[in-house]
Design a protein around this ligand. Structure first.
Ligand SMILES: [Zn+2]
Length: 398
């Protein structure tokens, strides 16, 4: 058993000793030491929406709009190699681990132009960090692939064969968005995978597809297998309509992924100062019982010039943009639904050199220590090591 002395926690004030036995948290008890906590201990971070195959590819871009960014990404697609993708994804994965991310879902382009190049590059990078970072691959039909076309179905099947566990697309980019949406659900059913869709990343309520998605999910019995990313349009709908819709999303077990940085950056863009924030209503969704998560979305590519894969930063931005004040609610948004550390938990934890959760959010310091199943992860080597002896950790064997 190992004991990490004098840690701060998210869900209660004071200083605590954290006991870890094997792969699990054994106990949390008030610390005998009167010293102020040197570390915040929290569940490790989870990034539920990234685009690793594009990460760091175009840092100096300033897109005029979402459609401008889509056009830039489409132009670049034919020139990318598996090694280009592997290097981009490896950089994002390494930075994610250094920030304390233990799990990352990445939307990975498949289309007739680049075929499986992105999937192969991302899977190669994921294999290199598999003891540190869980990588979920979404086979993502890019702007060059219409989900309702049979050749796109074949690309999905091939990607799933290689290791993708989700399929996804942007129905609004298809010639017939409603048909594309229905085809996506049918393909997910046929391939026996889950679905993560970029849906309603705009603010025009009359063009919303979210009602159709909820109906189609319930009709096909796909409850608890569908994730909606973005749904910015919810912020432009009447509140009563949103409330009814969120109730139905909860009934269908649809997960809502909100992307604070990207939604702030790209929504209401191109017409002077932005008038709307563009985020789906996080507080209302939580109140309705919808599972809500945050993701970084794009990192330094054609869609967004900033970011480094740090979900603590995403939490900080999301706290401001969505007014999430409750610490445990905010933790759940960036930690895959985990609100606190509890005895019996698998010891996938993050230690941050900070005196409290608010201090960690305010400073987002380096020097974080990621634990996977009770072992520390060396952020440089990507290898796991026993907890004891990690530089700077107040750690005592029993
Ligand atoms: Zn995205």
């Amino acid at each position: 058993m190992r004991v990490i002395r004098s840690v701060a926690l998210i869900d209660r004030a004071g200083s605590f000793d954290l006991e870890i036995e094997g792969e699990r948290v054994r106990a949390l008890s008030p610390s005998a030491s009167a010293a102020a906590p040197r570390w915040l201990a929290m569940p490790s971070l989870v990034n539920l929406h990234a685009h690793a195959n594009r990460a760091y590819a175009a840092s100096s871009q300033r897109p005029a709009s979402l459609s401008d960014a889509v056009a830039s990404a489409k132009r670049e697609r034919a020139n990318v190699s598996i090694e280009d993708v592997r290097a981009r994804a490896a950089r994002l994965f390494d930075r994610s681990i250094a920030h304390g991310v233990c799990s990352l879902r990445t939307h990975t382009d498949v289309d007739p132009v680049s075929g499986m190049v992105a999937v192969e590059g991302v899977l190669a990078a994921a294999a290199q960090v598999r003891t540190s970072l869980d990588v979920e691959v979404v086979a993502f039909a890019s702007a060059a692939a219409d989900p309702s076309q049979p050749e796109t179905g074949a690309l999905f099947a091939e990607a799933v064969e290689r290791g993708a566990s989700f399929i996804g697309a942007v129905p609004a980019l298809s010639a017939r968005p409603k048909a594309a949406l229905e085809a996506l659900l049918d393909t997910a059913l046929a391939l026996e995978v889950s679905l993560d869709i970029h849906l309603d990343e705009h603010l025009e309520a009359s063009n919303a597809l979210i009602h159709q998605l909820v109906d189609a999910t319930l009709t096909r019995g796909l409850q608890n297998r569908v994730t909606v990313s973005h749904a910015c349009v919810l912020s432009a709908m009447p509140r009563d309509e949103v409330r009814r819709l969120l109730d139905r999303m909860a009934e269908a077990g649809i997960v809502l992924v909100v992307l604070p940085e990207l939604n702030l950056y790209l929504q209401s863009r191109g017409d002077g100062a932005p008038r709307l924030r563009g985020l789906a209503p996080v507080l209302e969704a939580l109140k309705a019982g919808v599972a809500v998560r945050f993701g970084t979305d794009n990192v330094r590519d054609w869609f967004f010039p900033f970011g480094d894969g740090d979900m603590l930063e995403t939490g900080f931005v999301g706290a401001m943009a969505a007014h999430v004040d409750a610490a445990q609610d905010l933790a759940a948004l960036v930690c895959g639904g985990r609100r606190r550390i509890e005895p019996g938990d698998v010891a996938d934890l993050l230690l941050i050199p900070a005196s409290s959760f608010d201090d960690a959010l305010a400073r987002r310091p380096d020097g974080r220590v990621l634990l996977r199943r009770g072992r520390t992860i060396d952020a440089i080597a990507g290898a796991s090591a026993p907890l004891s002896g990690h530089a700077g950790l107040v750690d005592a064997g029993d």
